[in-house]
Design a protein. Structure first.
Lengths: 524, 529
């Protein structure tokens, strides 16, 4: 029995949350220090895990743990990560300390004592690790739903004036999606029990590796696929089930928005990859044309809505709708460039959106207003803030040299080899991104300094310290994405094998040694 | 003609007999013990009696070896009138545990400032001088304890009944004391008496249907015994019309008890009007007993006619879930809301009930419908009991405050109570890591395995609607600001507190490690014929 790395990363933050709850709350910063310490400790475990991860291994999952949990349901406590799972687990544990440090004083004005904020935040971190590490569908579903509760209280307890409505809207959308998925999860049980004759162990099982061996047949597979896909599309969020996201980010604190958009929404795209493509390859191919259309609509519609938004958190939410459109597009074009790009995009979007939410959060809390039209000329009074804002914004619009560029480029390459029309529409998303980001920057930061922002303080040490690691990663991975790609690519190959798709053969005869030049391009 | 005395297995029937003896002793206590000491005597008598019955029930259970891989199927007792098999014994233990918690709620005196939640003198008209005197003297009705014991004995018999007559007698024994208990509230007495009358009228009406159904089935099968009926059904000898009519009418009687559509009209009024401890006990324990009986009647006696009754129950399950969830949306009273939610849960339980399929279709280790329904009713019973216990501690000067709008900001005033209530609500909404989720999964999977996909789809959609009104309560408690004259939480005695603690703990434990209980049920959930 090897060291249970993933369990430690799952339960350490939850234990930390319990400790934070029992600590004295008012007038002491101890609970914040404990929260930060716990999240840093979890990050340390995560780094150790990432170093030990063997990207050359042929095993489907690494760091696996498996215990029978509920025998009658066929449910297991089974954890393990592949390349995609690892990157998202890492994203979670990297962003948690960043968010905790950045939100140091955000919870003071909330309805409850700030320690509740940090306790929920840690609980959320632990459960999110569970979601990305679960290799049992039942366990995944449990974590999937359980993550809703911390975020629900984070929005409803500490957000802005519309928080109660926003938190309910968020919860109901997610629960509705989750319950539709529950029908499919139960369907998996029924099918697994029906197909048990072939296995010696007997009884239904929810292990992904076992379920992947079942041939569900056309009709059943498509129905089950739909149940999963709808839930993930709401989570991701895709047009037309995205409306909860802008409302939620408008009401939530910046830290909550980061955890929601950068981490939890990734469950949607992660789920499409892990469950839709892995378990129902035939149904996924069947659904591809429709999904691609919705993804392209998300890209363009999200970007257009972002251009029209005056409220900064709403604007960022719409940019995310657009970006999630890219991720979904990359997943469903089902070729190595698209899939590599989508996987990379999940990580990079997490970083760039986190930076953008946090830096605008600092900006908003200084001015007391979230409207772009209330700002002007901030760069003269707060140059550091403006500079970081610009970098975060540029990374969001995928400027070459910053990490999101690599992923967006790969997705578009993948999209072109799937359909020129879809790719042409997707490319317009890049142009629109430049408009909404630069337009926002221009209206808030440049021009004559408005009286209301004249006394604005620049970023403090804590705030810069919170943002620095994220910005650093954005720049480093922009120039040197190889470590990430080398972790992701084996998973991409595995997924391609599942959907039995191969990269289209090059039309120009090439020397055999570089026969798969397209693929090489994606891998390097 | 020679009369043979029936052979009675006193040891096997000891749980029922103990409870009945305690009930009779309780009546004697009312006559013989001075008023001042009755409360203590009655409470201790009831507690000791229930614990003794619980021990006896566990002893009987141990005789069928529930922990072994191949447990005994059970015993037929009292000349085949009662079937003591796995499902019966499980229901017994569960009902007795709920009754134990119920006694603790009944005995709570701190909330009303030294008296129980029951009327000082039920015979005094509301609003009269006599009522004022009774309450000034601090009178209280300790008869509630023997009444409850009688109800419990009926509930124990109900799921065990192996012929239609015993089933009917058990139904009446469990119902009559409950009608009476519903009318005994100390506060809002007119509402309480109206509730009792309504419950009694409708209950009597449904009993009429039930007896008529008895007669029709007897006409069909020539016997009241379940196994004879099952034999008649499988040989298909009698008149089809008698069978269908009989099954339908028996179903009316039982569905009335579980509060399923379209026989749910009494539920909100009775849940609201009855004293909250009675509501808690009734909501939890009656459902256990009624579903135990429903399962046995339709799986054992009418199992062969499955294709005749299943379509009817499809429609009833769907209607119950839809009506319960949708009507709950507009409720502004916590007790009424919980009443409609109990209707919705009855629908979810019926979904599990639809998992009936022939034994050859159920491979060993598969989830079977009896297991699923009994598990769900366990989780629901314990959660509901604690939820009503919490309702009883939120009060102002005029007693319990059940208007939802006045609960605003309770989370800030009393985080522990509001937090527990929120957790229980999340449990009822079926959020993972609570027992409500594992229960829901079990009943939905049971229905899905039998191919009842449309019902499962409706069930998940209704779960989403149900989640809305549970979440609405959480929003009121936690995200709204307190209003000026809001209620406060009266600190209850250890009795009510322990009920809440048990309910919350069960909601958590059965959500995280449901395995042992599910396995136990999986091994023993077989009916004896």
């Amino acid at each position: 029995m090897s060291f249970p790395w993933l369990s430690v990363m799952l339960f350490l933050p939850i234990a930390g949350a319990l400790v934070v709850m029992v600590l004295p709350g008012a007038g002491s910063a101890l609970h914040k220090q404990v929260a930060l310490g716990t999240s840093l400790l979890t990050l340390a475990v995560g780094v150790a895990l990432a170093i030990r991860y063997d990207s050359g291994s042929s095993a489907a999952y690494q760091f696996t743990e498996q215990h029978e949990w509920i025998k009658s349901f066929g449910a297991h406590y089974a954890l393990g990560v592949d390349g995609v799972g690892l990157t998202l687990v890492m994203l979670t544990v990297i962003l948690a300390p960043v968010v905790i440090l950045a939100s140091w004083n955000d919870a003071e004005g909330g309805r409850w004592s700030p320690k509740a904020f940090f306790a929920w935040m840690l609980a959320l971190e632990g459960l999110a690790v569970g979601v990305f590490a679960a290799t049992d569908v039942f366990l995944f579903y449990v974590f999937f739903e359980a993550t809703l509760i911390p975020i629900y209280f984070l929005i409803g307890g500490f957000g802005g004036p519309t928080r109660a409505r926003a938190s309910v809207k968020f919860l109901l959308y997610s629960l509705a999606g989750g319950l539709i998925m529950l029908a499919s999860v139960i369907g998996l049980y029924v099918e697994s029990a029906r197909h048990q004759g072939g296995r010696a162990s007997g009884g239904a099982t929810y292990l992904v590796t076992e379920l992947a061996k079942i041939d569900f047949g056309t009709d059943v597979g498509r129905w089950l696929f739909l149940g999963f896909f709808v839930a993930f599309a709401i989570k991701a969020p895709m047009f037309p089930v995205h409306t909860w996201l802008p409302d939620t980010t408008e009401a939530a604190t910046p830290g909550t928005s980061v955890m929601l958009v950068s981490v939890l929404d990734k469950i949607g795209t992660f789920g499409m990859l892990r469950f839709c493509l892995e378990l129902f390859p035939e149904a996924s191919k069947w659904a591809t044309p429709a999904v691609v259309v919705f993804a392209v609509i998300s890209i363009v519609y999200g970007a257009l809505m972002a251009i029209g938004s005056d409220n900064i958190p709403r604007l960022i939410a719409y940019t995310s709708v657009s970006h999630f459109g890219f991720i979904v597009l990359g997943i469903f074009v089902m070729n190595s460039q698209g899939l590599s790009g989508a996987n990379l995009y999940m990580f990079n979007h997490g970083l760039s959106t986190a930076a953008l939410f946090l830096v605008t959060g600092f900006l908003i809390s200084r001015r007391g207003s979230a409207l772009i039209s209330d700002f002007g000329g901030v760069e003269k009074v707060a140059p550091v803030l403006a500079g970081i804002f610009l970098i975060a914004g540029l990374s969001s619009l995928s400027l070459p040299g910053l990490s999101p560029f690599v992923s967006e480029f790969l997705v578009i390459v993948g999209a072109f080899s799937y359909s020129h029309v879809a790719a042409a529409f997707a490319v317009s998303g890049i142009v629109l991104a430049a408009i909404y980001i630069l337009f926002m920057y221009q209206r808030t930061m440049t021009g004559p300094t408005r009286d209301e922002v004249a006394g604005m303080k620049d970023l403090g040490t804590r705030e810069v310290a919170a943002l620095a690691p994220v910005l650093l990663l954005i720049v480093i991975l922009g120039f040197f994405p190889k470590p990430l790609l080398s972790v992701i690519n084996p998973s991409v190959d595995h997924t391609l094998e599942r959907v039995q798709k191969h990269d289209p053969a090059p039309e120009v005869p090439l020397p055999t040694s570089t026969g798969s030049s397209l693929q090489e391009g994606a891998h390097e | 003609m020679k009369f043979t005395a029936p052979h009675i297995e006193y040891d096997l029937l000891s749980p029922i007999l103990i409870v009945l003896a305690v009930a009779v002793l309780g009546v004697l206590v009312e006559a013989a013990v001075p008023r001042a000491r009755r409360y203590v005597v009655q409470v201790s008598l009831s507690l000791v009696g229930i614990v003794a019955a619980l021990v006896a029930a566990l002893l009987v259970m141990s005789r069928i070896n529930p922990t072994s891989d191949k447990p005994k199927s059970g015993y037929l007792a009292a000349v085949d009138a009662l079937a003591l098999d796995g499902p019966t014994l499980f229901c017994w233990v569960l009902i007795l545990v709920l009754a134990l918690l119920g006694v603790l709620l009944f005995a709570e005196r701190r909330l009303e400032g030294g008296v129980t939640a029951f009327a000082g003198q039920a015979s005094a008209l509301p609003g009269t001088e006599a009522e004022r005197q009774a309450s000034a003297m601090g009178l209280e009705h300790t008869e509630v304890f023997p009444l409850m014991m009688f109800a419990v004995s009926g509930m124990l018999m109900f799921p065990a009944a192996n012929d239609l007559l015993t089933l009917f007698v058990a139904l009446e024994v469990l119902s009559l004391p409950l009608y009476l208990l519903c009318g005994l509230a100390r506060r809002r007495r007119l509402l309480s008496q109206e509730a009792a009358l309504k419950y009694f009228m409708l209950g009597a009406f449904s009993s009429g249907f039930f007896v008529y159904g008895n007669a029709l089935v007897y006409g069909y099968a020539g016997s009241m015994q379940f196994d004879n009926i099952a034999f008649a059904v499988s040989s298909g000898s009698g008149s089809e019309a008698l069978l269908l009519g009989g099954m339908g009418m028996l179903a009316v009687g039982l569905l009335f008890k579980v509060g399923a559509a379209p026989f749910l009209a009494w539920t909100p009024d009775v849940y609201q009007g009855a004293p909250t401890p009675v509501t808690a006990f009734m909501a939890a324990a009656t459902k256990v007993a009624a579903f135990g009986a429903l399962l046995r009647l339709f799986y054992v006696a009418f199992g062969g006619a499955r294709w005749d009754w299943q379509p009817m129950f499809w429609i009833i399950a769907i209607a119950t879930m839809v009506v319960g969830s949708v009507l709950a949306l507009s409720q502004t009273d916590v007790k009424r809301l919980l009443a409609y939610s109990s209707v919705a849960h009855a629908g979810f339980l019926l979904t599990g009930f639809l998992g009936a399929r022939s034994l050859t279709d159920i491979a060993p280790g598969d989830l079977n419908p009896v297991q699923a329904v009994l598990f769900y009713v366990t989780t629901y019973g314990l959660t509901t009991m604690a939820a009503f216990a919490i309702v009883s501690v939120v009060r102002d000067g005029a007693g319990e405050v059940t208007q939802l709008s006045r609960w605003a900001g309770l989370g800030k005033e009393s985080p522990l109570v509001a937090g527990s209530f929120a957790f229980l609500l999340l449990g009822m909404a079926g959020i993972p890591l609570t027992s409500g989720f594992t229960g829901k999964w079990a009943v939905f999977a049971s229905a899905a395995s039998a191919g009842a996909w449309p019902v499962v789809i409706v069930a998940v959609l209704m779960s989403a609607i149900a989640a809305y009104f549970y979440v609405k309560i959480i929003v009121v408690m936690f995200f709204s600001d307190p209003i000026g004259d809001g209620p406060s939480v009266t600190v209850p005695s250890v009795m009510t507190s322990s009920v809440i603690a048990v309910g919350v703990a069960a909601t958590f434990v059965l959500g995280v490690v449901p395995g042992p209980l599910l396995d136990l049920l999986g091994r023993t959930a077989q009916f004896i014929r």
